[in-house]
Design a protein around this ligand. Structure first.
Ligand code: ZN
Length: 626
């Protein structure tokens, strides 16, 4: 099939003087001495073979880099904010990093096409971060750091994907490897008689014995994996990845670009947190780099072959930046699987609600974090009003508000909210301090506005107003600054990691703020069993903390508030609404990602609502789909 495909391309582009054709994963790259060919023929071919084909200049016809760079700099206005130009001669590409990519791309890509004609190098435009970030710089160029290896890897991958399947797909099954009847270590193996695809690869950070998915079962073999698809960057969905790559896994990883960046940030943090806690992480930073080098990024809605006879599309899941619902089309119309990952089905300040319309879906695999009978959350607006009330009361009595939040998701939602509150005078203008990994995660949000909610996108892209860069926010540099903030007499709002008071700056602030009744501690996210956050929620009022190696007792005088309704997950009603709205109606529903009781309660609600075959399997169970 590969040979047939390539000869078709050669025939269609007969006047292009093709020098070589390589795969870049699912894409086909044609290197040619004449790139000024009739594109309509190519477009027809692409439509017919349903593949993405790109023409690039053969290195022999490329102008020198200095000349191309001069043309690029002259062509675009200062406002485009070009920050970096990086040439990749091995693949005839040039990467241009700019503050306003739209000014370089032009309407429907017109300027970009013009540029390619002029410089012959194939330009790729990345949005420059307006907040300096070590993660973005490290991750973005990591895949290009050993480019010869990457070229080989992607070509081999493309040939695998496009090789003719030996036989028709005759059976499909789902193996529950982790995250079933529990939250943490999500991992789902989709197997057919021809292929093996792993959906998510999480770790349970709260458990020592049951941290990893069941990788030691006979149906799971690292060397047989065709692809790994990651729904989103939270560690319970990707935290085991480096562990697989430590053990010579060579499968490509598919996810969105923001997921790749956020994932790197959280994986590195995982190692650092373990190290600080005197434990050793099960993988190294080098294992993380190896993992990231295997990533192939996709946009929402982009259809891609990931194995002979399996096509993948990611859709918005509304949970965190870049979170995806995974759609698998198996065997030319044989069966379609939708796996929701974590899901939010209502509009938030940060993201649009999850997509619920698909071309086809026979099996739905859905999360059930809040699937229990009691799991009904107040509407977002109520929660926002409540937060404003608590903040105002605290400020009025000259106190400080401490909001523990995880770096990714809630923190940015709060930033957008507080920027709006202060601008509209709903909340008094006091400094808002951001501490911990939040700043790095926010930087990643600023470079992917196309993944944010529609109103936020239009504000950032069209009105040039970016709430993440708001003058109300201040970044906290370190422990000394932290102490200064805590000891100052002025009221303020502090958003700090970790979200469940399991360590990090939020615990440091708590230690300093706890004894003053004017201050408020506000929980806006889920506090897991066993964490300090949960203990305080449950009434703990004397804290035992360590200071200079000695244990000390601290009496909690500060007020404690729990505000429900800010969750990044759909609540029970919203989950049920999702299942009833999903088009087309699935025949089978499989429940995952919830405590046992919640999975069962949610399954029984769906069974009576949809009259579809419903399962709430335990880990290690296998369900046959075809
Ligand atoms: Zn999540």
């Amino acid at each position: 099939m590969v040979r047939e495909l390539l000869s078709k391309i050669r025939d269609t582009l007969s006047d292009a003087e093709i020098t070589k054709i390589l795969f870049e994963g699912p894409e086909i790259i044609v290197y040619a001495k004449n790139i000024d060919v009739d594109m309509s023929k190519l477009r027809n071919l692409v439509k017919k073979i349903k593949k993405r084909v790109e023409i690039r200049a053969d290195p022999s016809i490329l102008p020198p880099q200095e000349e191309a760079e001069r043309i690029i700099k002259e062509k675009f206005p200062k406002e485009a904010g070009i920050r970096k130009i990086k040439f990749l001669p091995e693949i005839s590409k040039v990467i241009i990093e700019a503050e306003r990519p739209g000014l370089i791309i032009g309407k429907s890509g017109t300027l970009l096409r013009e540029l390619k004609k002029e410089i012959k190098w194939t330009p790729e435009i990345l949005r420059a971060s307006l907040i300096s970030s070590r993660t973005i710089d490290a991750v973005r160029y990591l895949t290009y750091s050993d480019i010869k290896k990457r070229v080989k890897f992607l070509d081999k991958l493309g040939r695998e994907i496009h090789k003719k399947s030996k036989e028709k797909i005759s059976w499909i099954r789902v193996a529950a490897l982790g995250g079933f009847r529990e939250v943490g270590r999500s991992a789902i193996l989709i197997q057919t008689n021809e292929s093996n695809v792993l959906l998510d690869c999480g770790v349970n950070v709260a458990s020592l014995q049951n941290a990893f998915p069941f990788f030691n079962v006979p149906e799971f073999r690292i060397e047989d994996l065709d692809a790994i698809v990651i729904s989103h960057a939270h560690l319970d969905h990707c935290g085991s990845l480096p562990y697989l790559y430590r053990y010579q896994c060579d499968a490509p990883i598919y996810c969105t670009a923001p997921t790749r960046e956020l994932m790197s940030l959280l994986l590195i943090d995982y190692i650092e947190v373990a190290y600080k806690g005197g434990k050793e992480a099960p993988f190294s930073k080098e294992d993380i780099r190896k993992t990231i080098r295997h990533v192939y990024t996709l946009n929402y809605g982009e259809v891609t072959d990931i194995a002979p006879n399996i096509r993948l599309t990611l859709y918005n899941a509304g949970h965190i930046l870049g979170s995806g619902i995974i759609h698998l089309h198996i065997g030319e119309g044989l069966h379609n699987i939708v796996y929701t990952g974590d899901l939010k089905f209502s509009r938030t300040r940060l993201l649009n609600p999850a997509n619920c319309e698909f071309h086809r879906v026979e099996t739905l695999i859905i999360e059930s974090t809040y699937g229990g009978k009691e799991d009904v959350q107040p509407p977002r607006q109520k929660a926002e009003e409540e937060l404003a009330r608590v903040i105002n009361e605290t400020i009025k009595s000259k106190g400080k508000v401490l909001i523990p939040a995880n770096a990714v998701g809630r923190a940015q939602e709060l930033m957008v909210l507080l920027d709006d509150f202060i601008r509209r005078d709903v909340v008094e203008n006091v400094p808002v301090y951001l501490d911990g990994l939040i700043w790095e995660a926010t930087a990643i949000h600023t470079i992917y506005p196309e993944f944010l909610s529609t109103p936020l996108q239009s504000s950032i892209l069209r009105k040039n107003k970016n709430p993440f860069l708001s003058e109300f926010f201040e970044r906290v540099g370190g422990s000394d600054e932290r102490k200064e903030i805590a000891e100052s007499k002025d009221p303020c709002i502090i958003i700090a990691t970790s979200g469940m008071l399991t360590g990090g700056p939020s615990v440091e602030y708590l230690r300093w703020l706890a004894e003053d009744a004017k201050n408020s501690l506000v929980f806006v996210s889920y506090q897991a069993q066993g964490t300090l956050g949960r203990q305080i929620q449950d009434g703990l009022r004397v804290l035992t903390m360590e200071e200079e190696g000695k244990k000390i007792s601290i009496k909690m005088e500060m007020k404690v508030h729990t505000i429900k309704g800010f969750s990044g997950h759909a609540d029970r009603n919203s989950l049920l609404k999702y299942v009833s709205k999903i088009v087309p109606k699935p025949q089978k529903v499989i429940i995952c990602h919830g405590e046992s009781q919640k999975c069962l309660e949610f399954a029984s609600a769906i069974r009576s609502m949809l009259r579809a075959e419903t399962h709430a399997p335990k880990n290690l169970e296998i369900i046959r789909l075809r």
